[in-house]
Design a protein around this ligand. Structure first.
Ligand SMILES: Cc1ncc(C[n+]2csc(CCOP(=O)(O)OP(=O)(O)O)c2C)c(N)n1
Length: 557
């Protein structure tokens, strides 16, 4: 009679759900899972802080549009990973968090790393959180958790696994591992709603398509391109949907904030087809700078809560974005669409004007390096097909000015939580998921401090991520906010020192370089990628300039 542990049941079920990698940091409570991963050759990317393991699982999930798995031990391991859970919740990232906890038999005994109801703590920030109490039920509940995480609207789930439930031995024959764990739960739109939406689009003078997380997660890029081209409609994207239409496509207008450049009365969109978009921070909330109040909105969203949340809609469609575009394409082909060339040209003109406005900054010859010069030099020197992870605050807002990706899932940056410090962790997951693609992580000098020891994880797991630090000796977004709100003479708690972050990376064995002159930066980025090792390029930049997007955001305070 073969006996197997609860940990073995966890791992066998993960395998049935096509899980190929997990992220975590060991604790005795999780030992049986670690041992079974070893037996089944499921690699564990073990990090130096649980939050990095959580962010790595998010990066894995976001870049592959599939499940990420992170493990954290009982008590402090669990509390350390909470920021990642919250981030995944607000970004709709499908991650299974597995936490250890003290044995059920030890309940209320003040034992090690116990005393917290871990399920209760995360219930408001997960799609589902559950403590497993019967070993034989592990496969059923792990499968259920994975189905919930990966069904739209996607999101994190947490399974809390007491040490005695995981360690218990059960008869192998008494437990069934589900053969098929993942399901296809896409919902199709009603045909009458498609008619209504297409009618509005046909009669609009200046329509735009906005694509967000739902469009990306549904894998709608081909249908999007076909629809945009067939109807001549320009496309703007959320960060998560960046690259769904290649940046150099003539119909691509930029990320949502760029819509604020369409400010002249004859340039304002009059119809918005919003696909999987969550209105809010990235559409500038209630303001009409991005989405004009007068514009009619057709909102396709998988979560009915999002429809009408900030803006009344002309048509609301609760459905999967790809299925909806598929249905629209089927009809759009046979329809005659108005000539939109003038409208398309005015969007291209707005892009050109934005570039012109940036030219003086780009031409600057003095040091310290202007942050726009820095991100331009970085983007110009990364290898083709690089996935870019953006952290910090102003750092990634500058990156937004110059990033141009041609495939989806290639620009991974902040969502609604705005969790500064998630970059190194995210990059680890992105690189594990995409071993054949270069990965660049752009961070602020504040952001890098949160998990700087992850250079060690990159070295141990041979993850050749290039980390570029935008070093302005400052929590710059905070400092600029303080200057605007409280006054330039009222700075407190927002300045940093010029630290040698590259030397910290070098101490872990990474390739490292400090850059103070613009002409050194491109070669330094190239050398970092050529080293084939994890690398840190510490770039001295000017703290003074404020990214154009932040002008918009801060002007609202
Ligand atoms: C975890 C966390 N702590 C604090 C903040 C508040 N915050 C927003 S922007 C910012 C400054 C970020 O500084 P840095 O990483 O150096 O990037 P920079 O703005 O200089 O590019 C801070 C502290 C946050 N969003 N997240």
């Amino acid at each position: 009679m073969a006996m197997i542990t609860g940990g073995e049941l966890v791992v066998r079920t993960l395998i049935q759900a096509n899980v190929k990698n997990v992220f975590g940091l060991h604790g005795a409570h999780l030992e049986t899972i670690f041992q079974s991963c070893l037996d089944h050759r499921i690699p564990i990317t073990d990090t130096r802080h649980e939050v990095a393991a959580g962010h790595a699982a998010e990066g894995y999930a976001r870049s592959t549009r599939s499940l990420g798995v992170a493990m954290a031990t009982a008590g402090p391991g669990f509390t350390n990973i909470i920021t990642s859970i919250a981030n995944a919740y607000l970004d709709r990232t499908p991650v299974l968090y597995i936490t250890g906890s003290s044995g059920l038999a030890e309940a209320e005994t003040n034992t090690l790393q116990s005393g917290l109801d871990q399920v209760a703590v995360v219930t408001p920030i997960t799609k589902w959180a559950h403590r497993i109490s019967v070993t034989q039920q592990i496969p059923r509940l792990v499968a259920q958790a994975i189905r919930l995480a990966t069904s739209e609207p996607m999101g994190p789930v947490l399974l809390d696994m007491p040490m005695d439930v995981l360690g218990a031995q059960v008869e192998e024959a008494s437990v069934q591992i589900p053969e098929k764990v993942l399901v296809d739960a896409r919902s199709e739109p009603q045909s009458s709603a498609i008619d209504e939406a297409l009618k509005l689009l046909a009669s609009a003078a200046r329509p735009v398509i906005m694509v967000g997380v739902g469009a990306y997660q549904s894998g709608a890029e081909e249908e999007l391109r076909a629809f945009a081209e067939a109807t001549g409609t320009p496309v703007f994207s959320d960060f998560q949907a960046h690259g769904m239409l290649p940046s150099n496509h003539p119909l691509y207008g930029g990320t949502f904030h760029k819509m604020a450049d369409l400010s002249a009365p004859d340039q304002r969109p009059d119809l918005v087809l919003a696909l999987g978009v969550r209105f809010g921070l990235f559409t500038l909330g209630m303001s009409d700078l991005v989405v004009p109040l007068a514009a009619k909105i057709v909102h396709v969203e998988i979560d009915p809560k999002e429809i009408g949340r900030l803006r009344q809609v002309a048509v609301g469609i609760v459905a999967d974005s790809r299925e909806t575009l598929h249905a629209m394409n089927a009809r759009a082909k046979s329809q005659k669409w108005p000539d939109r060339s003038r409208w398309q040209q005015s969007i291209r003109n707005a892009k050109v004007e934005r570039c012109k406005r940036a030219q003086a900054d780009l031409n600057r010859t003095t040091t310290p390096i202007h942050p726009l010069q820095a991100v331009s030099a970085i983007v110009d020197n990364i290898p083709e097909n690089t996935i870019v992870v953006g952290d910090g605050a102003e750092a990634y807002h500058w990156m937004n000015e110059v990033i141009r990706q041609n495939s989806p899932g290639s620009y991974i940056t902040h969502g609604f939580l705005g969790a500064v410090g998630m970059g190194l962790g995210l990059s680890i997951g992105v690189q594990v998921a995409n071993p054949d693609r270069p990965v660049l992580c752009l961070v602020g000098d504040g952001a890098i401090g949160f998990t700087i020891a992850e250079f060690d994880t990159m070295m141990r797991h041979q993850l050749p991520i290039v980390v570029a630090v935008m070093n302005n000796h400052s929590w710059a977004a905070s400092q600029h906010f303080q200057e605007i709100v409280s006054g330039k003479d009222r700075l407190t708690g927002t300045e940093l020192r010029d630290a040698k972050y590259h030397e910290v990376a070098a101490a872990f064995g990474c390739h490292a370089q400090r850059v103070t002159e613009l002409q050194e930066l491109g070669p330094a980025i190239k050398a970092a990628f050529a080293s084939g090792k994890p690398a840190c390029v510490n770039v001295a930049i000017d703290v003074v300039p404020l990214p154009p997007e932040l002008h918009l955001l801060m002007a609202r305070h």
